[in-house]
Design a protein around this ligand. Structure first.
Ligand code: SF4
Ligand code: SF4
Length: 288
């Protein structure tokens, strides 16, 4: 089984369009959406949810005011300045990082902690294969943990069902969720665009993947909108010995396919769909 992670360095470069089409083109696979902060692959693949699981992470602390003597120990120890002291202690939920130190050291046992329900993750089935995806509740943190969980569950499913591919739509950026999504990946496919920021984001992801010694390939989306910048990106890839797996031209069908909630290659046989289809063959050859 080969695991391919699609990354872009930032949102809006066409990462989900590419992933959605590869999900339709590559045979015998499990699909994972690790963009848990703003999951959108399900909008294209329309999976039917079969199992919903709760995602619990971190704690919330609160003061039992009837037991608090106002000694101030918790206020002194809280490194996040989340505790105000009047007659009794009060915890500012927005500042609290859930470290639990105050509860541990309160001499009166006046601080209780409860686990946080941060979101949900799903086992689903789609026309394109089984899918593992998730949704973090608004304002919740710990998306790196949820990304790791989605990846782990998708990989367990892929291994137990003996599929050929694990196709992962990665989170945007290069932060903790992306680092969490990199573990165990056979190939990172970077979707970039012919702009200065596209080049910058490509270089950031190359650096990150290089740090973890993960093989990388790239593709340029809407390459024909700025051919000069596309050439620069292509040269950068050559210099860094990063194979360019595809160049996808601008195609109005991309937006129409999103509106129609379908993978591009299922909706259109236009130039962008043909370029992604050709890229899927390159990926199959790479895996052979
Ligand atoms: S440490 Fe406990 S008793 Fe002391 S102020 Fe904080 S909550 Fe109240
Ligand atoms: S749990 Fe940690 S961050 Fe939150 S109030 Fe207590 S000491 Fe401060």
């Amino acid at each position: 089984m080969k695991e391919i992670l699609i990354l872009s360095g930032k949102g809006g470069t066409g990462k989900t369009t590419v992933t959605g089409s590869l999900a339709a083109l590559l045979k015998n696979k499990v699909i994972a959406d690790c963009d848990v902060d703003a999951a959108d692959l399900h909008l294209i693949l329309s999976p039917q949810v079969e199992k919903v699981h709760e995602f619990w992470s971190g704690i919330t602390a609160s003061v039992k005011t009837d037991q608090c003597t106002g000694c101030g120990t918790c206020e002194e120890l809280c490194r996040f300045d989340a505790i105000r002291l009047d007659d009794t202690a009060r915890i500012d939920a927005l500042e609290c990082e859930g470290c639990g130190v105050c509860a541990h050291f309160c001499p009166e046992g006046a601080i209780e902690t409860r686990d946080n329900l941060c979101g949900s993750w799903f086992n689903s089935r789609s026309d394109f294969g089984p899918m593992v995806h998730a949704q973090l509740h608004i304002g919740e943190e710990n998306s790196g943990k949820l990304v790791s969980l989605v990846k782990r569950k998708a990989r367990e499913l892929a291994e137990s069902t003996g599929v050929d591919w694990l196709l992962v739509d990665g989170p945007p950026g290069i932060g903790c969720p992306v680092i969490a999504s990199l573990s165990g990946t056979d190939l990172v496919l970077i979707v970039t665009e012919p702009t200065k920021s596209g080049l910058h984001d490509l270089e950031r992801v190359l650096e990150l993947a290089g740090h973890f010694k993960i093989p990388v390939a790239a593709c340029i989306n809407k390459w024909d909108l700025n051919k000069g910048m596309s050439d620069i990106i292509e040269n950068t890839c050559k210099e860094r010995q990063v194979p360019l797996f595809g160049k996808i031209p601008f195609d109005p069908d991309v937006v129409k396919s999103i509106v129609a909630a379908k993978p591009l290659v299922e909706y259109s046989s236009g130039p962008a769909a043909r370029a992604i289809t050709e890229m899927s063959r390159v990926i199959e050859r790479w895996a052979a």
